[in-house]
Unconditional design. Sequence first.
Length: 103
Amino acid sequence: MFEITKNAANQINLAASQSDVSGMSIRIAVIKKPDGSLDYRMGYDESKSHDIKVVSNDIEVIFTPNYEKLLKGTVMDYVELEPGKFNFIFMNPNDANYTPPQD
């Protein structure tokens, strides 16, 4: 369904401990742009009764049901994009601009 890599989980836990929000879930929101690409938002939040909950690498991810189809098969990672510059990335086959990583 939705997966968080170990690197992403470590960074989420580190940020949570620094922000005094340890134990809270990560809420993911996704917006489909006119060109078919996807734009992501995330933050710490408490789950609501209608939320979909997924646990990956001990991180509880929550999102509203209307995002389920867009997030299916997504892997969230934390990688070094440029020397010294780390970011969360979303590898999502539902994104029109997604290109799978080359091995």
